[in-house]
Design a binder for this molecule. Sequence first.
Ligand code: SF4
Length: 331
Amino acid sequence: MNAGEGAVPATVLEVKNLKKHFAMKAGLWGSDYRTVKAVDGISFHISRGETLGLVGESGCGKTTVGRVITRIYEPTAGSVIFNGRDISHLSEQALFPTRRRMQMIFQDPYASLNPRMTVEEIVAEPMEVHLPLSANERRERVMELLELVRLSPEHATRFPHEFSGGQRQRIGVARALAAEPELIVCDEPISALDVSIQAQVVNMLQDLQERLGITYLFIAHDLSMVKHISNRVAVMYLGKIVELAPSVELYDRPLHPYTQALLSAIPIPDPDVEAERRRIILQGDVPSPIDPPSGCRFRTRCSRAMPACAETEPELKDAGGGHTVACLLHE
Ligand code: SF4
């Protein structure tokens, strides 16, 4: 829905038939190029204050989606509409006011924090670029942000190497919040953390969402990681979304064989139920996006593949209740 003049659109982000292809040299010496179809025609939207989980194995294109949305990469085709405005091909200058509204946090906070800057400098930097604040105002805001991410003001003068992984992720979140974003793309923000710390970071992100009304795209390689934070979840395979549903619906009634396999891999805390869990083992790796299988891209690993799956590429079809799935078994 697009709001009228002056109103805030209810849909923060809309992605339509988005593609990102990369040209890759075929050999060391030759001049031939092949096309890597990292993202190959995906569509979804995220409402204001919502969290959409985006899940898939490595190489499925989910990180590329995050980078195209935040315009680190320019899309090959399709559109990215942010607050009702198509930003897909805006020049860097035209994009500048929008940049602060879309921030990213990364899997490895250490690599994304400048080791020679203090925490105060790291968190203040986006404000220097985007907000007209005095040095004192910036300093006050840094202290507020540190408190918001549950770090203490004494941490402001320290350097990234003095912190644990979980604390470094909090610094990354404080920096992302500094420019007052509406959307944060969280690219595997908890994958590198100890299991005991993961829940703390997820709880903090949820708490910030409630207090500040932020919208998240939460990227992960494992369905268990997005379960508690996502309102809806999209499952990606080889550049395509194969299933998208409200979170509870997806975990209760997965329809796509790939989603069923990913869910079957999650251990269940109840020992009786866990004893009954039937694991679907996925054979092999994700095929190359340079030369994806014909028809359904999942067919080379699907235990329910039929001859028609090699001929016809399934499209996302409505399965009711906001649940869509791309599988010939559900046409
Ligand atoms: Fe499996 Fe065929 Fe469905 Fe693809 S379309 S997921 S190969 S059953």
